[in-house]
Design a protein around this ligand. Structure first.
Ligand code: ADP
Ligand code: VHF
Length: 384
């Protein structure tokens, strides 16, 4: 799979906002954009995912990092976002970098059309030489449509554009085997599997949101998408090129070799699914190599209400999730087809169809990806 020559860079709140005065840290932003200009001169596209809107807007709504509740932070984000964008815009000008603001929610990654629109917009901006600056649209999000932290939001962006590298700049120089303030904390230079470190990541800075925990989750999303990830301190000259040129200490998360393409990742990494299909164990085995479609005759069970283009779980007879795929039919159409197996599809639906319920190019086998969601306990078997 070809990777775009793109680096996604995530900037934590502590780097862009002064924690006492809650004002922009222009010095840091200058060093950052200076280095981004260097990268762009090398022909590398950069997408910035910058936190800081909430921190920069807190004063305007009369709050502090300690006092602010959810709605205060949502209002603060609305006040701080123009300040953040304006600071990047002005400094970008000094370095000949045009910037654009892209505000996203979880729904923009989950919905197929919105995902493609977002992706197209980001690519179109880069084609025009404009650097996208991404942030979560905090002011309009609710629990259901929040990613919740910019570490994972940035990882999803890296996955969406098939980025080459993903750099998380923060206030520590990388991952330690326990909180870095604890005595004897050992620095970790390279990580293949994040799982053993999840327990060792409690605590965060005053302005930060997810601490090291969400950074590891983000690194894992990127690894699975074949993107090499680095966590490093942001407070240095040439914060990006020094990492990519191997000149300074950071933690490197190795990209998985059998990475999924952006499209496969989009199908496989759903956080919300509309429904499911059940097929025989024999058919489930045949789906493994990814060349086979799920046909009308394969369907043993249907669960949920879904429309064309929704992603479905595909379970075997034992309730084990074996694949995920995009349905070419609505649940209503599928039920009509399933209860009338001897009647022609055209007769039943009023249009011609090849009977491919999930096309092979829209299907991802889960065998190698540790993503399986077996039928949750207490869930009835999906039935037609
Ligand atoms: N095992 C660990 N290794 C490194 N840092 C850790 C670890 N556990 C907790 N942290 C803390 O994570 C914090 C960085 O996360 P966060 O405050 O969310 O920063 P940002 O605003 O850059 O996202 C640091 O303050 C660091 O002390
Ligand atoms: N979207 C929020 C930032 C959320 C967040 O993840 O913050 P951080 O842990 O500092 O990267 C903002 O712009 O303030």
């Amino acid at each position: 799979m070809s990777r775009s020559n793109t680096v996604v860079v995530k900037i934590g709140s502590t780097l862009v906002a002064n924690s006492d005065r809650l004002t922009p840290r222009f010095g840091f932003m200058q060093r950052l954009l200076d280095d981004i200009a260097r990268l762009r001169d090398r022909g590398t596209n950069v997408i910035l995912c910058s936190s800081g809107a909430v921190a920069l807007g807190l004063k305007t709504v009369g709050e502090t990092p300690e006092s602010a509740g959810i709605s205060d932070k949502q209002a603060a984000a609305a006040c701080g976002m123009p300040l953040l964008t304006n600071a990047y815009k002005q400094i970008g000008h000094e370095y000949g970098i045009e910037i654009a603001q892209v505000l996203l929610t979880l729904g923009d990654f989950e919905d197929h059309r919105r995902f493609l629109n977002t992706r197209n917009t980001v690519f179109r901006l880069m084609e025009a030489g404009v650097m996208p600056i991404v942030n979560e649209n905090d002011s309009i999000t609710t629990e259901e449509i929040r990613v919740g932290d910019n570490d994972r939001l940035a990882a999803k962006v890296a996955q969406m554009v098939d980025a080459r590298d993903f750099i998380i700049l923060t206030e520590v120089d990388g991952l330690y085997d326990r909180h870095p303030d604890e005595e004897g904390a050992k620095f970790i230079e390279e990580v293949t599997d994040v799982a053993p470190f999840m327990e060792a990541t409690k605590g965060k800075s005053t302005l930060g949101t997810g601490g090291m925990t969400t950074k590891l989750m983000a690194a894992n999303i990127a690894q699975e998408a074949g993107v090499t990830t680095y966590i490093a301190h942001g407070e240095v000259d040439h914060p990006l090129t020094s990492i990519l040129d191997g000149e300074r200490r950071c933690t490197r998360f190795v990209a998985h070799e059998d990475a999924a393409s952006g499209w496969e990742s989009w199908i496989a990494n759903r956080l919300q699914m509309a429904g499911s299909l059940r097929v025989s164990n024999e058919v489930a085995e045949e789906l493994i190599d990814g060349d086979r479609a799920v046909m009308r005759a394969d369907i043993k069970g249907i669960d949920g209400e879904f429309t064309r283009g929704d992603v479905l779980h595909i379970y075997d007879e034992d309730g084990i999730e074996r694949a995920r795929g995009l349905s070419d039919f609505t649940s209503e159409e599928l039920r009509v087809l399933a209860v009338n197996p001897h009647l022609d599809a055209e007769q039943l639906l009023g249009y011609k169809t090849k009977g491919e319920i999930v096309r092979s190019k829209n299907l991802v086998s889960l065998v190698k990806r540790h993503l399986r969601w077996d039928l949750p306990e207490g869930t009835s078997d999906p039935t037609i």
